[in-house]
Design a binder for this molecule. Structure first.
Ligand SMILES: Nc1nc2c(c(=O)[nH]1)N[C@@H](CN(C=O)c1ccc(C(=O)N[C@@H](CCC(=O)O)C(=O)O)cc1)CN2
Length: 299
């Protein structure tokens, strides 16, 4: 079997197109422009690339982009002052702080300071709780992106065995909740799981978010499964000196011989993260103005 390679880059472009269409309608019919504020603390090179991509794509879909770059040694008080102003700013519908933050800051405390209605990363305790209770909130972007890819690939997932490898608040836990909402039978596996290969081998839907390059081998994959690879590890390119190469958590070559469908790295889940951030900003804007939400862009 050679798996269908799920094109996350193309799907993300489609999502951005839907967001742009809805944004244009909001402007025309209601004179409202959704706004996204991104706070970057320090100069982590990867974070700078992601924040630049967020700014570019926000502007491309017709939204207002507000960037706040703070020095690496910014105090928690000074950072909270910026967040408080954004919470109170009616032009800003979505706020996020790019992670990781420097060690003297706590990601948990930063997220807790953001108004849950503007928490477009969906990471606040309020939004995590709403998701766990099956109520409407804002859903973490990468799991939301994976859900969109799975719905597109599989349609009805009811009764399927889903295994999520990884239990982070950013990804594993919300992903498991979303799969549960799709009526999957969900297992969350993690570093202490016994016989991980056997657990993975029972998955009709296997979502790997372990953060260890190529840990999930082809012989862990059930024939015909749909495999979603959330890992991104950057290594020096073996053939091109000075260049780097990205690896997922799944050994793509062997897994794609067994699976029915699989996301590649790069070009799979990654591009969906920013597309879903834009979708969440649009959703937050519609909700705060009491307007109907865009269809197909929420969980
Ligand atoms: N506040 C947040 N911080 C971080 C998040 C997040 O969702 N919220 N996620 C990651 C970084 N990230 C977005 O912020 C992100 C990661 C990867 C991609 C992406 O498109 N990846 C490409 C490869 C890009 C490359 O060459 O490096 C792919 O997989 O094809 C977009 C956004 C951590 N921080």
């Amino acid at each position: 079997m050679t798996a269908t390679v799920i094109d996350g880059k193309a799907f993300a472009a489609k999502v951005r197109g839907q967001v742009a269409e809805h944004v244009a309608k909001l402007k025309e019919e209601h004179g409202i422009t959704p706004g996204l504020a991104v706070v970057l603390v320090g100069e982590d090179p990867a974070s700078e690339v992601y924040v630049a991509a967020k700014h570019r794509q926000t502007v491309e879909v017709g939204m207002a982009s507000f960037e706040h770059k703070l020095p690496a040694d910014v105090s928690e008080d000074a950072l909270f002052e910026v967040i408080d102003k954004l919470n109170a700013d009616p032009k800003v519908h979505g706020i996020l702080c790019q992670f990781p933050v420097p060690d003297h800051l706590s990601e948990r405390r930063v997220v807790a300071r953001i108004d849950p209605n503007k928490d477009v990363d969906g990471l606040s305790v309020a939004n995590a709780g709403l998701l766990a209770s099956g109520e409407t909130g804002l859903v973490s972007c990468t799991p939301l992106g994976c859900l969109m890819l799975l719905r597109d690939q599989l349609g009805n997932m009811s009764g399927m065995n889903a295994v999520v490898v990884g239990r982070s608040n950013l990804f594993g836990k919300p992903m498991a909740q979303l799969l549960l909402q799709e009526n999957c039978t969900v297992t969350i596996a993690h570093s202490r799981t016994k016989d991980l290969a056997e657990v993975c081998g029972r998955a009709d839907i296997l979502v790997a978010a372990v953060g260890r390059a190529e840990m999930v081998q082809g012989d862990w994959v059930k024939p015909g499964a749909t495999v979603i690879d959330v890992g991104i590890t950057r290594i020096p390119h073996p053939e091109k000196p000075g260049k780097s190469k990205l690896l997922g958590d799944v050994e793509f070559g062997s897994a794609s011989n067994v699976a029915a469908a699989i996301t590649p790295v790069p070009g799979g889940v990654g591009p969906m993260t920013i597309a879903c951030l834009l979708a969440n900003t649009l959703t937050a804007c519609c909700r705060s103005n009491g307007l109907p939400e865009p269809e197909g862009l929420t969980a």
